[in-house]
Every structure is written in structure tokens, then in C-alpha cells.
Design a protein around this ligand. Sequence first.
Ligand code: TXA
Ligand code: MG
Length: 323
Amino acid sequence: MNTQLLEGVSGIERAAELLAAGQVVALPTETVYGLAGHALDPEAAARIFEAKERPYFDPLIVHLPSLDWLDRLTDAAGDSLVQALIRQYWPGPLTLVLPRRSIVPDIVTAGLDTVAVRMSAHPLFRAVLSRFGKPVAAPSANRFGRISPTAAAHVIEELDGRIPLILDGGPCALGVESTIVAPRDGALCLLRAGPVTAGELAAHAPILAPPSGSTIQAPGQLRSHYAPRTPFRLLSSAAESDTYEGPGRAGLLAWSRSVRPAQFAAMEVLTPRDDPREAAARLFAAMRRLDSLGLELIVAEPPPPSGLGVAIMDRLRKAAAPR
Ligand code: TXA
Ligand code: MG
């Protein structure tokens, strides 16, 4: 299959056409690029799993074209906590896991009795959805277990030849995937850290850590995720890179330092101005660049452990997890 790269109005029109024909297309969101397909068409959803080589036990996020879809897809539209969260954060990088209605195909929810829903704030994504008029299922547009794409070029690296269209909207503003929460008995279970922080959500309800144990709450919370091909190690402090003595040719994924310690063959700096927003927006692209250098090891400095640093830390831990 030939993968087309389009921008602007012609790209929006073509994307909506392909979605209506049951095909999958890569679209920019404010977090990362998504691989979208008609959420209510099980065959379109199956094409998403196929292109990503994603296991069928890992459910997809459904993106709504408008608020009235919430009540059609879920059983929680009247919930006051849900309403308050939507008022404050939609459209935006917050995904809600809610009891689902039967209209949502099993393949989308991996057979769970809940569905993850969100509404993207990206103007191109919204334009495609308003033309198409139906919800789309859209996981990140990478092959399963790989680094999420934050630019159209990353989607080409991941899915060239497997999908008909990539809509190019430039680099994603936020750079890490949406925060995922499941409202439960008046509290919020935090399933994935993201741009909306636990501190912000705590203004609405008590925050619970995801229940550990055998039931997989979010199968995508698999320990190894966002993985570069190069072995990846997370340091316990930024100062550790000064004295680091590793074997082989190593690259440093630095937080904000300006001078590369001599023992590293390459360095990417996430945020010269020590700003977690800047770091999040650059994280996955920097990981990809280091991953392309044929290094023997990538060593990462940890972010500050609060605010958006928590989401960045989560992605670094997953990249460093045993595969
Ligand atoms: O920012 C984002 O959320 C991006 C953009 C494209 O919207 N999407 C994204 O999708 O990150 P994905 O598939 O890469 O991650 C979705 C996560 C997975 O960890 C999945 O297991 C979880 O959401 N998830 C989906 N449905 C769920 C459900 N019913 N219960 C619990 N977790 C769910
Ligand atoms: Mg993903």
C-alpha cells in the first residue's frame, strides 16, 4: 500500500473519505499522532490492530466528534464528576474510562465493560471528525510497544506502507499521551499519568493509584512500552551522569545540562530552560534521534518528580523496563 502524506484542507477531506470507507488514517492530536478508524465499525477497528501489530487484549481510546456522543457510547453522561471533568478539560488531553453501552464494538474495548473516551483539541483532528461525523478509535500511531509518534515523520518510520494516509499537522504541542482516569465511587483512579496532572485532578476528587494485582486495568500499562531498540537505562539522579562509567558507546538523554559529559558519545537535552512542558514536547523525538545513532546504550536523567515530570518519568521507566 502507498502511504500518502497530506496537509490542510485536501488532507482533511481525504481523511474523512477514507474513514467513511472503513480505512485507517494517521491524524495529529495535541498529545501524539493517533491511528484512527471508525469506532463503531469492527472491521475498521480490526485494521488498527493489524497495522500496529497490537494485541487484541489492549483496548482503544474512542475520540468523540461532539459531546452528544458521550451519552450514546457511555452510561455515565449524567454523572456530576464526569460532567465537571469534561467542562474543565475537554477538548483536551484527558481520557475517561466509563461504563460502556452496547453500541461500542467488543473489539474496541477488548471485551471490557468500560470504554475509554476523549475529545481531542487539535484543530485538524476536530475538522476531520466533524466532517466524518462519527467517533473514531485512535491509539497512538506507532507499532505496538514502540515510541509514540509526535511528528508525521515518526509515523512514516512506524507505519509506512501499512496505511493509506498520514495527515501532517506538524509536531504535537504536548508530546506525551493523555492522562487516563476511571471515576470510581466519587474518586478518580489514575490509570496513566499525562498532561493533566494528579494535582490538578485532586481539585475534583480524591485520586487513587490503579489497583495492583491480577486484573489488568489498562492492558497498555504493560511495564515495557515506549521502547527504543537501543538498551535504555534510567539514572536515579541527573548528577549521576557526571560520574557515569558505562561499557560501550553510550548516549545521554539529559534533562537541562548544556555541556555533554565526555564519556557520552551523543547527548540530547530535553529542556534547556528546565521546563517540564518543553521536555514533554521534545521527549519522544529525542528518544528517536538517540535510537537512530547505533549506540550500545541510552542513559536517561530523571525529571523532577512532580507535575508533568510524573508523566515523563512514567514514559522513561517504561522505556527502561526489561523487555
Ligand atoms: O493521547 C492519547 O491518549 C493518544 C492520542 C492518539 O489520543 N492515544 C493513546 O492511545 O495513547 P493508546 O492506545 O496508545 O493508549 C491507550 C491506553 C492503553 O493503555 C489502553 O490499555 C488504555 O488506554 N485503555 C483503553 N481502553 C481502556 C479501558 N476500557 N479501560 C482501561 N484502560 C483502557
Ligand atoms: Mg500507545
